[in-house]
Design a protein around this ligand. Structure first.
Ligand code: NAP
Length: 418
């Protein structure tokens, strides 16, 4: 598998412009981001897991049944068999790669259903995988709807593991289907409403720049997007003024144009949902500081939007938008405990972030926050070597890093007496 992973990564590298163009047209991601992140990180993921293919091993374990000990106990890591993967539309090839590269490195075969609205890079990938010499039957891409194809994979008695990325709502359906069919092993990477806390002792230029990226990256269709920004009272007005000023400069337009910063939303139903989300926010009292409307041009374009004065009980404070909508709330000066409590008051637990120059404060935040990822003075910095996954209703299990391999392995324990 080592050679196959590397060959596949090389072929993806050779076809990276083509893959990025397809991804950009299919998902609306701006081409430059598609090239660097959607495709670039997919290639890195295949190279990273290539390195694990020949390093999967168990342990020898001292056991104490008898003296003198004439036992040898050891564990073996074994592949699960046929694994099913179901993925979403926001980073189509990257979500496929995060799961499949680990799944195959562990020695399994795979059946994947990409999102119905964005299946094209998965199909191009299947073509490249055949060219890379991956034997027939190892990678199987089945397109179609979740209700039909996704459900059939989750319910199939020969599938022993289901790796899912998508919404919490569908994650719950999938878990039930997996339990009722053959109790298959499940890992779920689900939605989020990640808090980003900005203290007044931060580097404000950086907090403004990365605060914007935390929300607007990939036009907000980013599971770890900061769903809510908590800003300390003494810098609140200045922060809001500056993010509005900078957001006005973002070029919205054709995703294939190299100078575009913000492309169209993925599909019409999603755009419609985002407009309703903004409407509810404003009706409940949030202040619309910028954007909020569909852009007057063909395509599913939404202006990057900023809502301030968001209160804890509002719909927009609690629900994930999965779009380019910044929701800003204020917290009292110096109220570290209070803001952490508010940041944790969510059923989600995917990611979180904090901006402060005070490392004790940052570490207190990191220790207290109930989320699978914590960014300190940065945001969106995922890496193929670092485990990624949520807590609470953001799911369980990890993608990326060494931890991801265990999602696709069984541990067998062998004891012999000699
Ligand atoms: P979704 O509606 O949950 O769909 C995800 C996938 O599940 C799609 O392929 C979908 O098929 C399929 N599906 C739908 N119903 C199914 C069923 N009954 N059985 C089996 N499969 C079924 O999510 P989405 O709208 O594509 O993606 C947005 C969500 O994904 C957001 O909540 C976002 O936060 C989350 N997300 C999480 C992560 C993470 O790592 N935690 C990463 C990215 C996205 P169709 O194509 O037919 O809909």
């Amino acid at each position: 598998m080592l050679i196959n992973h590397l060959r596949l990564a090389d072929l993806m590298q050779q076809h990276k412009e083509e893959l990025a163009t397809i991804e950009s047209i299919d998902s609306g991601a701006v081409y430059t981001l598609a090239l660097k992140t959607h495709i670039g990180m997919s290639i890195e993921t295949w190279r990273y897991f290539a390195g694990w293919t020949d390093k999967i091993m168990g342990n020898t374990i001292p056991i104490s049944h008898a003296r003198p000990n004439k036992n040898l106990t050891f564990t073996k890591k074994e592949p699960i068999g046929v694994c099913g993967l179901v993925t979403p539309w926001n980073y189509p090839l990257m979500m496929l790669s995060w799961k499949m590269a680990a799944c195959l490195a562990a020695g399994n075969t795979v059946v994947i259903k990409p999102a119905a609205v964005c299946p094209l890079t998965a199909l191009k990938f299947a073509e490249l995988s055949a060219k890379a010499g991956i034997p027939p039957g190892v990678i199987n891409v089945v397109t179609g709807s979740g209700g039909l194809v996704g459900n059939a994979i989750a319910a199939h008695p020969d599938v022993r593991k289901l790796g899912f990325t998508g919404s919490t709502e569908i994650g719950q359906v999938i878990m039930k289907t997996c339990a009722e069919s053959n109790l298959k092993k499940v890992s779920l990477e689900l939605g989020g409403k990640s808090p980003l806390v900005i203290f007044s002792d931060c580097d404000l230029d950086k907090a403004v720049r990365l605060g914007m990226q935390s929300v607007f990256f990939n036009k907000g269709e980013n599971c770890i997007a900061a769903g809510r920004l908590f800003v300390e009272a003494s810098i609140y007005d200045e922060f809001v003024r500056r993010v509005v000023q900078e957001t006005k400069k973002m070029t919205v337009g054709d995703p294939l144009n190299r100078s575009t910063a913000h492309g169209p939303q993925n599909h019409y139903a999603h755009l419609k949902k985002l407009l309703e989300y903004i409407d509810i926010g404003v009706k409940q009292g949030a202040k619309l500081r910028y954007g909020g409307k569909r852009v007057d041009r063909p395509g599913y374009f939404l202006e990057p939007t900023i809502l301030s004065d968001v209160e804890d009980n509002m719909f927009v404070a609690k629900e994930e938008s999965f779009g380019p909508i910044m929701c800003i709330s204020k917290f009292h000066d110096g109220d570290v405990e209070g803001v952490i409590k508010r940041a944790n008051a969510t059923e989600y637990g995917l990611a979180s972030g904090v901006f402060t120059k005070d490392l004790s404060k940052a570490m207190k935040f990191a220790e207290s926050i109930d989320a699978g990822t914590v960014f300190i003075n940065t945001y969106n910095k995922t890496d193929v070597g670092a485990p990624f996954g949520g807590f609470k209703q953001s799911g369980f299990g990890k993608d990326l890093g060494q931890d991801a391999l265990n999602e696709y392995l069984k541990t067998k324990c062998v004891t012999l007496e000699y």
